[in-house]
Design a protein around this ligand. Structure first.
Ligand SMILES: Cc1cc2nc3c(=O)[nH]c(=O)nc-3n(C[C@H](O)[C@H](O)[C@H](O)COP(=O)(O)OP(=O)(O)OC[C@H]3O[C@@H](n4cnc5c(N)ncnc54)[C@H](O)[C@@H]3O)c2cc1C
Length: 370
């Protein structure tokens, strides 16, 4: 490591899956500042499990204080970002050598939480858990990966509850997936008694907010009547790019993502990178964000070393590991011809929801329930 590279500064905006992976990878090579408004990393991959099993809650909020040996994690929010300057909510201005945008996406609760304080976020999950526990009938709006996973978690925790998944699409799990994966998930959902009302929208939303207790009746546009005691919204991902200044805004797509080069620079900007859910180059996945972080780390290091060679990010073929509770689910993997079984899914994800992997990255030590 040269002195010059030691003095180069990198500000990573957003401490989600991509941001923490990148900050950690560059910590030895540059002066890294990670800007994040939350007081802890939120392992949202396990948030649906934590909703039905609140003993998991303390384990999905992992502190940032042991992430970096040299760099700093600043608890703040970027409110205006230009190609050479970042303005934080505190009023502080940062002018680093490299800016990395890793602000991810929002998703309706309980899949993601927007509470900046862990204590408040845990209170929100506990309150929703108490409401869910009392409900006999549950309506989940959206039969994509989040709706299916939440249905599986609720069915595993409370086999007697009636669950209905509602979606405008004709079949579950939109996306470029093998039909055999849908068939297997449908088979397991039938065994769990999860009803599906597909191909129609609701004529109107329930008059009770999502996650709150209260019996309601809604009808689909085809006239199907659904009665439930609680509902959750399981659709609506939104990339977070609203803080960009005019210049960088020019690289935004119509739906809020950022156009990037194969090297993950924001198109038109040599020293501004974007990765993870905001980058318009691959699907929205934690694993994708982490792989992109490695590419950005390689490219910033090459820049610091003065070499011209840059690494490209290559999107991977469709892959999904979808648990339905701790022991159910199915998956599709690029290197396998068959559909991954419930046993496999449970082993690689459903049992511990990959908490260990991220706890290790953050040097945090949660205890995974057996
Ligand atoms: C229920 C659920 C289960 C999932 N399971 C899987 C799975 O099993 N495998 C998988 O690969 N993917 C999974 N995903 C997808 C995965 O969670 C996302 O793809 C991932 O969170 C994207 O990571 P990211 O780093 O781009 O952004 P995020 O994880 O969204 O992190 C962005 C961070 O930026 C911060 N931020 C936002 N705005 C600002 C700002 N202005 N200034 C500073 N910081 C800011 C946020 O607070 C946040 O901490 C799942 C998603 C959900 C909802």
């Amino acid at each position: 490591m040269s002195n010059a590279s030691q003095q180069s500064s990198v500000v990573v905006i957003g401490g989600g899956y991509g941001g923490i992976t990148l900050a950690r990878a560059l910590d030895e090579h540059a002066h890294v500042t990670l800007v994040e408004p939350k007081d802890a990393f939120v392992h949202n991959v396990a948030s649906l499990r934590a909703l039905v099993e609140p003993t998991w809650l303390p384990r999905i909020f992992l502190p940032y204080d042991q992430l970096l040996a040299h760099g700093t994690v600043v608890r703040d929010r970027a409110v205006h970002v230009d190609a050479d300057q970042i303005v934080l909510a505190s009023g502080q201005h940062l002018k680093p050598d490299f800016i990395v945008l890793a602000t991810g996406s929002t998703y309706p609760f309980p899949a993601k939480s927007d509470e900046p304080n862990t204590v408040d976020a845990i209170d929100h999950y506990r309150a929703a858990h108490a409401n869910l526990e009392r409900a006999n009938q549950v309506m989940l709006l959206g039969a994509g990966a989040v709706g299916l996973e939440l249905a599986g978690e609720i069915a595993a925790a409370w086999p007697d509850k009636h669950i209905v998944l509602v979606d405008l699409a004709d079949q579950i799990l939109p996306g470029p997936y093998d039909q055999r994966l849908r068939d297997e998930l449908n088979r397991q959902l039938d065994n769990l008694g999860v009803e599906r009302v597909m191909g129609r929208a609701l004529a109107h939303l329930p008059d009770i907010p999502p996650g709150e207790a209260g019996t309601f009746t809604v009808t689909t546009t085809a006239g199907t009547r659904i009665e439930a005691d609680i509902w959750f919204r399981c659709h609506g991902i939104t990339p977070v790019t609203g803080y960009l200044g005019d210049e960088l805004m020019g690289a935004r797509t119509h739906d809020g993502y950022l156009k990037v080069t194969p090297q993950l620079q924001v198109v038109g900007f040599d020293r501004v990178y974007a990765l993870g859910d905001i980058a318009a180059i691959d699907v929205n996945k934690a694993g994708v964000a982490a792989r992109q972080a490695q590419v950005v780390a390689t490219n910033i290091q090459a820049h610091l070393a003065g070499t011209a060679e840059r690494a490209d990010y290559n999107p991977a073929p469709p892959a999904l590991i979808l648990p339905l509770g701790p022991t159910g689910g199915a998956g599709q993997l690029p290197n396998r011809d068959d559909i991954a079984t419930a046993e496999f899914v449970s082993q690689v994800k459903g049992r511990d929801m990959m908490i260990d992997r991220y706890a290790k990255l953050l040097n945090a030590h949660p205890t995974v329930p057996s």
